[in-house]
Ligand binder design. Structure first.
Ligand SMILES: Cc1cc2nc3c(=O)[nH]c(=O)nc-3n(C[C@H](O)[C@H](O)[C@H](O)COP(=O)(O)O)c2cc1C
Length: 291
């Protein structure tokens, strides 16, 4: 099968579409939708969000150095889209979307009650990248909706029906394929071709799932591997400590800009890339609305 080479663009999907909460000096809470968001470190737990300077949320977070990431779900899909096309300059988004507030415990910010997971974040670094400014942040606390915890305290994240954003469209999660490390489990046959789910009884596999014993801070070792499941760890809370305060103080300071070098690429190649050369004639760059 042939492939077409396109000009460089954003094509790393699917992504989470999270609702980021912030608060200004007057105590006004705001929300905005972010897809340019991700996990960037395990220990300490860190996340990033990228924000255009034109957003009200940018002004609020650059000043406060704090924000909350609210995980979105199928039930929150409407609010997720709406908060991503309306500005807090014109609307009280909590009120418009009939969302309830809960007070974060370590940062001065509201959290969405209807969201199953809220991450309290303290900005450690910012860097202007061009269209967006990236905010690196420490996760200083995590709140989990008890209704998704089983009697052993195990968190069934996927039961909360999280949504993803994929090339301009929102989706729920698809069918279960396997758990971390399933490909190397005993008895697991390597597929003859690239159809990795072929021949597997997914339902039975899910039912057979090894119960995790990772309540609290323990990481889980996936059976048959030495791999440690990243999602199984709960962050140690140290907000309010000296380090958290120091982080907050540094928040908003611009990172050092590193000059772009064409490592491994000839200057010519880079010039061609910028000029869009090498693309097939008539090729149109199809992309969703700019984020
Ligand atoms: C699915 C989706 C993802 C988005 N991702 C981002 C993003 O990562 N960064 C950003 O600056 N804006 C993003 N936006 C746009 C903002 O959410 C939008 O401009 C919002 O109205 C800003 O609100 P505010 O002015 O109240 O901060 C996204 C919008 C949608 C619908």
């Amino acid at each position: 099968m042939a492939k077409t080479e396109w000009k460089p663009g954003n094509m790393l999907y699917p992504l989470p579409a999270v609702l980021v909460g912030s608060r200004d000096e007057d105590g006004k809470d705001n929300l905005f939708t972010a897809a340019w968001a991700g996990t960037i470190n395990t220990n300490p737990p860190m996340v990033s969000i990228s924000i255009r300077k034109s957003r009200l949320s940018y002004d609020m977070i650059i000043k406060s150095g704090e924000f909350v990431i609210n995980i979105t779900t199928e039930k929150l899909a409407y609010a997720t889209d709406w908060c991503g096309v309306k500005s807090g300059r014109d609307f009280d988004k909590y009120k418009e979307m009939k969302l309830h507030k809960e007070e974060a415990s370590h940062v001065n910010c509201a959290m969405i009650k209807e969201s199953p997971v809220n991450l309290e974040c303290v900005v450690t670094e910012t860097k202007d990248l061009g269209s967006h400014t990236i905010f690196l942040a420490d996760v200083v606390a995590v709140h989990i909706d008890d209704q998704y915890l089983d009697e052993n305290g195990r968190f069934d994240f996927n039961a909360a029906k999280p949504i993803v954003y994929s090339h301009g469209e929102y989706y729920g999660l698809g069918q279960y394929i396997g758990s971390f490390g399933w490909s190397v489990k005993k008895g697991q046959k390597r597929p003859a071709d690239s159809d990795t789910t072929r021949g597997r009884n997914i339902k039975a596999d899910k039912e057979k799932k090894v119960p995790k014993k990772n309540v609290g801070n323990q990481a889980v070792k996936t059976p048959g591997t030495n791999a440690v499941s990243e999602t199984a760890k709960f962050p140690k809370i140290n907000a309010g400590s000296k380090s958290a305060k120091a982080l907050r103080k540094n928040a908003g300071s611009e990172g050092v800009k590193v000059s772009k070098k064409n490592i491994g690429n000839g200057v010519k190649k880079e010039q061609n890339r910028k000029a869009g050369k090498g693309m097939k004639t008539g090729q149109k760059k199809r992309k969703p609305k700019e984020r």
